[in-house]
Structure formats: C-alpha cells, structure tokens
Ligand binder design. Sequence first.
Ligand SMILES: NC(=O)C1=CN([C@@H]2O[C@H](COP(=O)(O)OP(=O)(O)OC[C@H]3O[C@@H](n4cnc5c(N)ncnc54)[C@H](O)[C@@H]3O)[C@@H](O)[C@H]2O)C=CC1
Ligand SMILES: O=C(CO)COP(=O)(O)O
Length: 335
Amino acid sequence: MTKAAVFGTGSWGTTFAMLLATAGTGTTLWGRRAEIVEAIDKRHENPDYLPGTALPETLRATVDPAEALDGADFVVLAVPSQTLRGNLTAWKPHLPSGAVLVSLMKGIELGTTKRMSEVICEVAEVPRERVAVVSGPNLVGEIVLGQPAATVVACPDERAMERLQEACHLPWFRAYTNPDVVGVELGGAVKNVIALAVGIAAGMGLGDNVRATLMTRGLAEIARLGAALGADQHTFAGLAGMGDLVATCSSPLSRNRTFGENLGRGMTLAETVAATKQTAEGVKSCESVLELARKHDVEMPITEVVVAVVHDGMPPGEAGALLMSRTPKPERYGV
Ligand SMILES: NC(=O)C1=CN([C@@H]2O[C@H](COP(=O)(O)OP(=O)(O)OC[C@H]3O[C@@H](n4cnc5c(N)ncnc54)[C@H](O)[C@@H]3O)[C@@H](O)[C@H]2O)C=CC1
Ligand SMILES: O=C(CO)COP(=O)(O)O
C-alpha cells in the first residue's frame, strides 16, 4: 500500500490527507497541537479547521514526526510557507530515503525569494526529481462538501508524478499532471497577491470591470514573471494558472480575497490581521514576489501597489489611481 505523511493539520493539510486516505493511500497527519491530533485520530474530526466534516476512519494523526514519516512514500507539506524552512530542518533526520516530498504551499520565501520546492530541495538535500507540487483551484470550503474539483500535480520525474496523481485522484477530485513545476508554483503563489488586489477593489465598492481587469492584468504579471523564470506559458492558461486565479479572486471563501476586501473597506492592517484566523499567504508573499520580480527586472505594477497598500499604508484609492495613470502599453508586453 502507498503511504503518505501529511504535515499540517490546517484546512488544506487535513483536506488533502482526507482525499489521500479516501483514495486508499495509508495516510498519517502530523500536527503540533495535541488536542487537534487527538480529535482527528480518535474522533475523526478537526473541529478547529473543518468543523462538521467527518474524516475517514483510516486517517491517522500524530504529534511525532518520526511516527508520521515511518515508511512514507510521499511526504506532503502543508504548513504556512514562511515556516517551512524551520519545520523541515527539524523533520529532516526522519525523512525516509527515496520518499517524494510534496508541496501544497502557495508562497514565496521572504528573504531568499525561493519557491517552496526550492526550499525543500535545499533543506532536505534532495534533487528536483524528488520534489512535487500540487496546486489548482482547490478552495477547501467546497471540497469538504464533496463538490467536484480538479488540481495539477507537477514533478520533473514522470513516474513520481503519476504515482502521486494516482494517490490523490478520486471521482470528485480530478488530478492532472504537468511537468512544469516553476509555472505551477508561480501560478499558486502570485494569484494570492492578485486576490488581495481584487479584494481591495471589491471592498472599495468597485465592480466587475475592475475585477476582470485586475485578474487579467494579474495573469499578465504571472506570465511575465514566469517567462523570466523559465516557466511554460501554457501552464498559466491551465488550472494552476487561470483556474486558481478565477477561483480565488471570485470566491468569498478565499482568505486572501477577504483580507483585501477588509482593507478596501477601510479596516487597518492590524484590524484585518486580527480578523484573519487562517493563513493568507499573499500578505507576506507579496513582498517576496515583488523582490523576485525586481531581481529579474520584471514589471509587476499590481503586485507593487498591493505591497504599498498592505505594508506601507497607501490608501487604496491612491493605488487605483497609480495603476490607471501608467503609460499606455501594448497588451502583451513582457511575455
Ligand atoms: N485552504 C485552502 O483552501 C488552500 C490552501 N492552500 C495552501 O496550503 C498551505 C496551508 O494552508 P492552510 O492549510 O489552508 O492553512 P491553515 O491556516 O488552515 O493551517 C495552517 C496549519 O499550519 C499550522 N502552523 C502554523 N504555524 C506553524 C508553525 N510555525 N509550525 C508548524 N505548523 C504551523 C497551523 O497550526 C495549521 O495547522 C498554504 O500555503 C495555502 O496557501 C492551497 C490550496 C487550498
Ligand atoms: O489556494 C486557494 C484555493 O485554490 C485558497 O485560497 P486562499 O488561501 O485565499 O483561501
């Protein structure tokens, strides 16, 4: 039987573990909080992150990383992006040799501007072929209701990619493969920044023309950064690009969009942070995405104003005016 260890008992870690276990993969969740681990392991529920969802009885949970990792074929990482390096350093001594490490995370590391798969390769000292990424329009609030969804599994090793696809594929959760790890990861991380922008605009009371423009020009920013980093442009028209952008920017379930909406309504950053109970990756990653873009001389004007509004106190109206007053451009510049 294929075995998986999933690190992180938050909403996506728990949900992905549920999908794996339902698909017949022997799955153990690692969590740092004993009471949540006990609730998952003994009562088959995660009352903090997925209240009301019955988890499979075959899904196990532990606070002991060595126990979770014992014999694992897949090591799935679902902790907040900025905590990955520290956590993985602690788990490294117990990693089974030959296991494929899988990132579910949609962030870029602050300070290093590394994608999560790059952090994994560096910390675990494994080649790119041993690291996979899963990303797509996967709002947890819908998946736990059993609504259909699809995702993308990316890995340079075709066999590993297909094994992971098989391990999580279900009649209501369709996993596609794509070898373009860079594109799949960038799509997931940068759409969170664009969702902040869309949320800010919605909070200001702006309508669908603005939303469509931010999403489309946001996709152009993702594509320009992808071009500079060697991603396959076709990836951005797929589930991990446009798909996730549409879902996240449209849904009230998105934490990033909601965070932006609160700012756009006039809440302060401190009030917005206090109102956000779960991880909104774009809040930190907007800064690392912008730094990455500057390193590669890529223009990302929406990302720039998101950083200015979220971190530098720029009024949202001023950010909108800045975007609208840029010099006229050809639509496809930089790609
Ligand atoms: N929730 C969703 O709909 C989706 C989330 N994602 C991505 O999955 C990743 C995880 O997100 P969620 O599970 O949604 O977040 P979450 O906020 O629901 O859960 C985060 C988990 O990490 C734990 N955690 C927090 N700080 C930690 C630390 N320093 N060390 C160890 N554990 C820590 C929390 O206790 C919690 O169990 C993010 O990168 C997110 O962008 C991807 C697809 C869908
Ligand atoms: O990545 C997601 C959906 O694919 C979840 O988006 P949020 O983190 O904004 O909730």
